[in-house]
Design a protein around this ligand. Structure first.
Ligand SMILES: Cc1ncc(C[n+]2csc(CCOP(=O)(O)OP(=O)(O)O)c2C)c(N)n1
Ligand SMILES: [Mg+2]
Length: 288
């Protein structure tokens, strides 16, 4: 459980918060270009992805296939807009390419395709597969003597999938100490609130019972996210780690945060600029 490590430095926290801010702007711009998208998720998960890409992940922007890289696996293909924002922030794709999001012939389709997008490790989207692939990848990397880490991003709705729990038990059985799962607990899934569709609480107890080093944090608190990563041991043989992240759909844009929660958010043409203005105003507040 969290709380024993030192508080991350202000500079480090601010750098990640700034990256998350830019990623949220990217997501709004992509959403506006298409007139739709999983904007609520992209805004909600931006801090998680910024912690990964701006602080944790080892990669080479000019060589996405570098064998020594850490692997970031996005299980949730519908969050691709959030990952594209992170890949642009990381310099793996050019920010100008984000304009092509969701268009015919684009390398950035609305649901992620690994074969199209540099830096995208798997084609997520059929939920419940990400952690199974991550387990195999972590086993393979360890077998090769690599010290690369595997970070799998899952959603709370994805915890409804039985294969996720088979993989969770497998990771613990094989003591995949360099495997990290991050779960976006936004309390929402396609059919409504997660608690109403299929109750997953007490979710931390479930991961701990599977043998995982388990932490639960406010997933929109960059300092808490970094502190949680600092507690991950990343031993070659040891308990895998999960960081359960409670996030808010639409985070950073009050217009969307306060709207009825929706898996697929409708945003009117005249609202995008309001969203951008609110995001900018909120971030300046943080910086003061
Ligand atoms: C195996 C599988 N079943 C159903 C779906 C359809 N589906 C797409 S997104 C989604 C919701 C999953 O929950 P979550 O990711 O928590 O939703 P969000 O927070 O984005 O609203 C579902 C059921 C799918 N992609 N894969
Ligand atoms: Mg969800």
């Amino acid at each position: 459980m969290p709380g024993t490590n030192a508080t991350p430095s202000t500079t480090r926290t601010q750098q990640v918060a700034d990256a998350a801010y830019r990623m949220r702007h990217h997501a709004l711009n992509m959403g506006e270009a298409q007139g739709q998208g999983y904007i609520g998720q992209a805004l909600g998960a931006a801090d998680m992805l910024a912690a990964v890409y701006a602080d944790q992940l080892r990669y080479r922007a000019d060589d996405p296939h570098w064998t020594g890289r850490d692997r970031f696996l996005l299980s949730t293909g519908h969050y691709a807009i959030a990952l594209y924002s992170a890949l642009a922030e990381a310099g793996i794709i050019d920010a100008a390419e984000l304009d092509s999001y969701g268009s015919d012939g684009s390398r950035l389709p609305m649901s992620g395709m690994a074969s199209y997008t540099p830096g995208m490790e798997i084609s997520g989207g059929s939920l419940g597969h990400g952690l199974t692939v991550a387990v195999g990848m972590a086993l393979g990397l360890r077998h090769q003597g690599s010290d690369a880490r595997v970070i799998n991003f899952l959603s709370d709705g994805e915890l409804d999938e039985g294969s996720t729990w088979e993989a969770a038990m497998g990771a613990s059985h094989h003591q995949l100490g360099r495997l990290i799962a991050m779960v976006d607990i936004n309390a929402l899934q396609a059919d409504g609130p997660t608690a109403g569709v299929l109750r997953t609480e007490p979710v931390a107890d479930k991961w701990a019972a599977c043998g995982w080093h388990t932490q639960r944090v406010d997933g929109n608190d960059v300092g808490a996210l970094l502190a949680a990563f600092d507690e991950v041991t990343s031993e070659p043989v040891g308990a895998p780690s999960v960081i359960l992240c409670d996030t808010r759909v639409g985070r950073g844009v009050p217009l969307l945060e306060n709207r009825e929660k929706a898996h697929f958010m409708r945003i009117d043409a005249d609202e995008w600029q309001i969203c951008r203005d609110q995001l900018t105003a909120g971030h300046e507040g943080v910086l003061v």
